[in-house]
Design a protein around this ligand. Structure first.
Ligand SMILES: Nc1ncnc2c1ncn2[C@@H]1O[C@H](COP(=O)(O)OP(=O)(O)OP(=O)(O)O)[C@@H](O)[C@H]1O
Ligand SMILES: [Mg+2]
Length: 320
């Protein structure tokens, strides 16, 4: 399959009151056409900033892309004046209320996207909006277009946001924690909706969550982030069958197993390091049960085998 997006050595530097740090820090990955790539990692690991960098929306003035390339359909988005945001690349966020105008009916807000990008009349646009809302499981869309965001439930608002993001049939849909703010039942419905989108549209999906069990339900491949760096990229089935990085193994063993509720959950001991003054060598070493002297001194190389990538000294000499 062809590569749709190639992120190469992406580094974003933040200047804050007590110093500066990088997150993401030298991150590289690809998203293929029709592929769903998931990204997981604890809070502050750089997932949202990676997504914002792809969207050309790194928060200024605190944040700045200091290194890297983001190649989309052969063009470097960092050098391209005409960013395809909202058309070929669109994004849904954790809290749809932040992205919706509270004083405008949903139908009007969504139809404006088509009016602005394609010069459609309201009548034509609203027809497409209603059809998209129906496709995304919003019941009675003819009536729902007349309602305001506050009249929607959380789940329906997120469906409306996904409809908005899909209106221009983007090549890439970025979803940053789209289910995190929802309760468990609604969360499951939205995950089902992403699965349906994956099957029925040609859109590639970049799906971000701190929850590996959520990501694993829809992603073909998973990127695991830790403290601004990628520690592993593997196919979803492989990551569960045999996690390579000790951090990935820790994440998997901390997923509650519904069948074995009695088993005590193992969480990874310790906490995420400060990015301003990160540990030397491998950033995960203070929490790693398999650390070796080398891990405290030198940042691990990326080792790869059969399309899997792992940034860990355990694989030195095992993988190339
Ligand atoms: N506007 C900003 N100003 C200063 N620092 C920021 C800003 N936005 C993000 N950061 C910092 O950049 C780092 C990466 O943040 P990011 O939002 O990408 O994390 P994340 O992996 O998405 O975490 P979460 O799971 O909490 O959403 C964090 O340390 C965060 O505090
Ligand atoms: Mg985030």
């Amino acid at each position: 399959m062809n590569t749709l997006l190639s992120v190469e050595d992406l580094t974003v530097e933040f200047k804050v009151s007590n110093g500066k740090f990088k997150a993401p820090d030298g991150v590289s990955f690809k998203i293929l056409e029709n592929e769903c790539v998931g990204m997981v990692g604890e809070s502050g690991s750089g997932k949202s900033v990676t997504a914002l960098a792809i969207m050309g929306l790194v928060p200024k003035p605190q944040g700045k892309i200091v290194k890297g390339r983001i190649i989309f359909e052969g063009k470097d988005l960092l050098k391209f004046n005409n960013h395809p945001r909202g058309t070929k690349i669109s994004m849904v966020f954790q809290n749809p209320l932040n992205s919706l105008n509270p004083n405008m009916k949903i139908g009007k807000q969504l139809s404006e996207v088509l009016e602005q990008h394609y010069g459609m009349s309201y009548k034509e646009a609203i027809g497409k909006v209603t059809a998209m809302m129906k496709q995304l499981g919003i019941p009675e869309p003819e009536e729902m277009i007349e309602r305001y965001p506050f009249e929607y439930s959380g789940g329906m608002r997120q469906r409306a946001m996904i409809a908005m993001a899909m209106l221009c049939h983007p090549k890439l849909l970025i979803a940053d924690e789209p289910t995190t703010a929802l309760d468990v039942t609604i969360q499951a419905q939205i995950i089902q909706l992403f699965k349906k989108l994956k099957l029925e549209s040609k859109t590639s999906i970049f799906f971000i969550s701190h929850d590996l069990s959520v990501v694993s339900q829809i992603a073909d491949r998973v990127i695991v982030m830790y403290a601004g760096k990628i520690c592993e990229i593997s196919k979803t089935e492989e990551i569960f069958e045999k996690p390579l990085h000790p951090y990935t193994a820790g994440l998997i063993s901390s997923i509650p197993d519904m069948k074995e509720r009695k088993t005590k959950l193992r969480s990874i001991e310790g906490s995420v390091p400060s990015l301003i003054d990160p540990p030397a060598g491998c950033r995960f070493h203070p929490r790693c049960s398999q650390k070796m002297p080398l891990c405290m001194e030198k940042e691990p190389d990326d080792f790869s085998v059969n399309d899997r990538i792992v940034k860990c000294w355990l694989y030195k000499g095992v993988y190339q």
